[in-house]
Ligand binder design. Structure first.
Ligand code: AMP
Length: 409
């Protein structure tokens, strides 16, 4: 809606400026892709793939999907464009719509928008910190506070399989006590047992073993380095051993930016993590990567409660007192626009008082009026909408008078 656009403009331009300052270049992938890309990349057992994708066949019988997330398409594009041959890591950012068939509610839509970054081609934990910091600074640059950064490591293909078994062993004797959803997760994706909000699952969850306590040495070292560098960068974070994120491709560092005002299951404004196994999963050469996706709809929703941004108002409202002078009002408006002013022309046959009221309602600071008398004398009336005073001036002096009135208004 128009009243929301100042917020969207601001969060987008901040994203672009900040990304550029960190050396990230914009990339935009197609709105739809082969379904296979998401099934392989995001993972068959995830909520996204198993129940949230908008998938349809095209006329050739191929299965297409409206992109539910940005990382798998960007990794595909990275290889398609030969970016692996450029200096690494490739630093990329994106802003655009994504689609998920979730139950719509406050802060959850079928079409939503994300600002995301990906740094592909290097495994340094310092890159994790760069990405986390960029996201953190975006929230502060747009003027949103009250944010909490949650951090965890979910290990890699060396330590996670053994941990996954340990978790299953822990839950196995208690399967009957679990909710139906958690029982399904036990089979398909046991780490997701930590995402359960069901009251009956909470007691077991509290005692469950955490993967951070079972990391292999390289994963533990990387996690320590991330924490050390975040502390040095003075980014406050909270360790959350239950943070697992919903996508299969994550390894090692995972994080979420949460906001106290969102509450409930939708308290995340964004999140991300390292995905060192994704490229190989998609059939490309194994290549590490790290990124985040931040939800712009939720961010704008909160921002509107915290900050007031105005829609842009016209500088000048140009109106003819009587119908016959209307064509000339377009000429005058054109001259004003050429000097860079925002000018709205009133083409209606409404009464003068109504036109002036509409000018005030739209927030114009100056009105320019022409009636038959002014037309004859080659003059126009310039009205200061705030002081409600007006002067009649020769047309040649219009620009100067309008500029002066705007300065004083
Ligand atoms: P995810 O990678 O799934 O954690 O998504 C990252 C962020 O995108 C979330 O924290 C939300 O802010 C936003 N997001 C995800 N799904 C939706 C949705 N259906 N509607 C609105 N925002 C969403």
């Amino acid at each position: 809606m128009p009243a929301d656009q100042p917020y969207w403009d601001m969060v987008e331009s901040t994203a672009k400026e900040l990304s550029a300052r960190y050396g990230y270049r914009r990339i935009e992938t197609p709105i739809f892709e082969a379904t296979e890309l998401f099934v392989r990349g995001v993972g068959e057992a995830t909520d996204i793939v198993s129940k949230e994708m908008f998938t349809f066949p095209d006329r050739g019988g191929r299965s297409l999907t409206l992109r539910p997330e940005g990382t798998a398409p960007i990794v595909r594009a990275y290889f398609d464009a030969g970016m692996q041959l450029e200096p690494q890591p490739a630093r990329l950012f994106y802003i655009g719509p994504y689609f998920r068939a979730e139950r719509p509610q406050r802060g959850r839509y079928h079409e939503f928008h994300q600002f995301g970054v990906e740094a592909i081609g290097d495994a340094s934990p310092l890159l994790d910190v760069e990405v986390i910091l960029l996201g953190w600074q975006w929230f502060s640059a747009i003027g949103l506070d009250g944010l909490q950064l949650q951090l965890n490591s979910i290990g890699d293909e060396v330590c996670r399989p053994a941990y996954r078994e340990r978790l299953r062993e822990y839950y196995r004797p208690h399967l009957q006590e679990l909710s139906a959803e958690s029982r399904a997760r036990f089979e398909r994706n046991p780490l997701r047992l930590f995402d359960s909000k069901e009251p009956q699952d909470q007691a077991l969850k509290r005692q469950a073993p955490h993967i951070v306590d079972h990391l292999c040495a390289p994963c533990a070292d990387a996690f320590a380095e991330v924490q050390g560098a975040l502390s040095e960068a003075q980014v406050p974070f909270t360790l959350n051993p239950e943070l697992v994120r919903g996508l299969d491709y994550y390894t090692r560092t995972v994080f979420e930016y949460q906001h106290r005002d969102l509450g409930g299951a939708q308290n995340a404004l964004g999140g991300g993590g390292r995905y060192d196994g994704l490229a190989a999963e998609l059939g490309y050469k194994a290549t590490p990567g790290i990124g985040f996706a931040l939800g712009m709809d939720r961010t704008v929703m909160l921002l509107k409660e915290h900050r007031e941004l105005q829609v842009t108002h016209p500088d000048v409202y140009a109106l003819a007192v009587e119908g016959e002078a209307t064509p000339h009002i377009f000429h005058i408006a054109g001259q004003l626009r050429q000097s860079g002013l925002k000018v709205v022309v009133d083409p209606t046959g409404l009464r003068l008082e109504t036109k002036l009221r509409n000018a005030a309602k739209q927030g114009a600071r100056v009105s320019v009026l022409i009636g038959p008398d002014e037309r004859q004398r080659g003059e126009v009336v310039v009205r200061d909408m705030r002081s409600k005073t007006q002067v009649s001036v020769p047309e040649g002096e219009l620009l100067g008078i309008v500029a002066r009135t705007l300065d004083s208004a």
